[in-house]
Design a protein around this ligand. Structure first.
Ligand SMILES: [Zn+2]
Ligand SMILES: [Zn+2]
Length: 256
């Protein structure tokens, strides 16, 4: 019997020395954060030997495959932030710690930029979003926006109309941010898209001076009315608007 026990000890010793316990354990990140809904996150570990998980908070499940740890958290129903350490142990007191935390609701939504600009041909652009929430995305102005894995993707179709604007709204719990999108359009360069230019007759005043008479006349070119000049009839004089229809786009505001 004693011989048998010695034999077992020898095997155990062999197994230990063959195991080649790690003297270096370097996880790719030292902190993992979960949203209220939880989920699974993987962390790979760089090491020179074997290691094991020696401590782990009770609300987290872990499994190891090769040098990749899967960390799983269920939905946080506790109503409070929970935090803890996953401890990886190797040879002797060689250790590495991965901090895990799980929020109850979204604490921040931080985009890498707060505006997007598209050319009139449209296209797709992305922004990185740092958040711990489950984002709801809402887009106005004809833009399409989707969010997945920390990346917001915004698409603008080509724009044959005038320049346009829109908003991408990201919401999670009581956090909310707006990203402003704008797109160049097919606008008339003469009038800048307004369809109107300054009246050349009165230079925008709606009337023009007549030096000889020491006064002025209402500008008919831009819609004014001058009794006795226009058609000889009487009536109240009326100044013009000072603006006329753009001759280059015919008043549409679009490039022809
Ligand atoms: Zn005028
Ligand atoms: Zn025009």
């Amino acid at each position: 019997m004693k011989k048998f026990v010695n034999y077992l000890c020898a095997i155990a010793l062999l197994a230990l020395t063959a195991c080649n316990s790690a003297t270096v354990i370097t996880p790719e990140t030292d902190a993992v954060a979960f949203t209220i809904d939880g989920g699974e996150q993987k962390v790979s570990v760089t090491t020179d030997g074997t290691w094991s998980i020696s401590d782990c908070p009770g609300w987290v499940k872990t499994s190891v495959e090769g040098n990749v740890i899967s960390i799983i958290a269920e939905r946080n129903e506790t109503g409070a932030l929970r935090e803890g350490d996953i401890v990886l142990s190797g040879k002797g007191d060689v250790k590495a710690i991965i901090k895990v935390s799980q929020v109850v609701k979204c604490t921040h939504i931080t985009p890498s930029a707060d505006k997007l600009e598209f050319g009139k041909e449209g296209g797709t652009q992305t922004l990185n979003i740092d958040t711990d929430g489950m984002l709801q995305v809402e887009a106005t102005g004809g833009y399409t926006a989707t969010y997945a894995g920390g990346v917001l993707t915004v698409t603008a179709p080509s724009n044959d109309e005038g320049a346009k604007r829109g908003e991408i709204k990201l919401t999670a719990d009581d956090q909310s941010i707006t990203i402003y999108a704008s797109q160049k359009g097919n606008t008339c360069k003469t009038c800048g898209g307004s369809g109107k230019i300054t009246c050349p007759q009165c230079h925008g005043k709606g009337w023009y001076p007549i030096q000889a008479a020491g006064g002025g006349a209402c500008c008919e070119r831009c819609g004014g009315y001058e009794p006795g000049v226009t058609d000889g009839s009487a009536g109240e004089p009326r100044t013009g608007s000072g603006r006329i229809k753009c001759p280059d786009c015919g008043g549409t505001g679009k490039e022809q």
